[in-house]
Design a protein around this ligand. Structure first.
Ligand code: ARG
Length: 277
């Protein structure tokens, strides 16, 4: 019997990234960060360039936000806002060490003519929000439990005009939604069930019966922190098991090395914010 993979269609995306010129692990606000472990900033920049070039080679557009000294986590651009339908819902960071990043993202959106909505509630942007444009007419998934407050989910719904489904994260290693769940295309997700409360696992199973399920090894290799364009899935090169599962589901895995940034507790998705018109 011959199995023919379903044809997957890529869609061109526009992203925002910020180079890790000042990347360092100077404080520890997640279990991956160890201030005693040395960081090779030059290598981090090279790896980040590799990710940017990969996205460009696949036909996507990448805007670059200028980094600022003293904000070592600014490379994790996904945390700066959450953008849907041309509206940028701004971030409000939980930890004081990252607070100043929010205004720099805000300035980018305002200067580039996006509709910017200032948040009142603590939320870490696309780190804790995912958008599935073709699921239920446009569905937002939102994580809480470590960084983003539940109240921000309601705020996002009011500002972005799409239903928000709240999902409780329970494992501190997977402290942002984007470390445990990703959109592969406009309607399908991949996730590691163990990162979620039992109720959230049931909700995900109900909403996404066709999801690709990842295991703890995939999640621990930062495999879920991926960017999908409908056909290609750009993911951390340590997540080879997940890459095979995605290939079997008809996607084309594209592996990138972001070992230095993993020391900050992030990988592919954390470095990339999607700008959706
Ligand atoms: N060191 C950063 C923090 O703890 C990493 C952020 C990773 N970003 C993400 N979208 N998961 O805030």
């Amino acid at each position: 019997m011959v199995f023919v993979n379903q044809q997957r269609m890529p869609r061109k995306r526009t992203f925002l990234m910020c180079p890790p010129e000042y990347f360092a692990v100077e404080y520890a606000i997640n279990p991956w960060m160890d201030t005693d472990q040395p960081v090779d900033t030059e290598l981090a920049v090279k790896q980040w360039e590799g990710l940017r070039e990969t996205l460009l080679r696949l036909g996507h557009s990448v805007h670059v936000l200028a980094p600022e000294a003293g904000l070592p986590d600014m490379v994790f651009a996904a945390n700066g806002a959450f953008v849907v339908d041309g509206i940028a819902y701004g971030a409000r960071f939980k930890h004081q060490q990252r607070t100043a990043e929010a205004a720099l993202h805000r300035a980018f959106y305002e200067e580039a003519g996006w509709r910017f909505m200032a948040p009142s509630e603590t939320n870490e942007g696309e780190g804790d929000f995912a958008y599935l444009p073709r699921s239920h007419g446009g569905l937002i998934l939102a994580g809480y439990g470590f960084r983003t407050e539940l109240a921000a989910h309601a705020e996002a719904q009011e500002m972005l005009n799409h239903p928000v489904v709240s999902l409780r994260l329970v494992d501190p290693r997977f402290y942002h939604l984007d470390t445990a769940l990703a959109a592969l295309d406009d309607e399908r997700v991949v996730y590691f069930p163990g990162a979620f409360s039992v109720a959230a696992q049931k909700v995900l199973a109900q909403l996404f019966p066709d999801a690709v399920l990842a295991d703890e090894v995939d999640a621990f290799a930062f495999g879920l922190n991926l960017v999908g364009d409908g056909q290609h899935v750009i993911l951390n090169n340590e997540a080879s098991g997940l890459a095979s599962k995605l290939a079997a589901a008809g996607y084309t895995p594209v592996m990138v090395d972001l070992s230095e940034l993993k020391k900050g507790g992030g990988s592919v998705k954390c470095c990339v914010a999607e700008l959706r018109r």
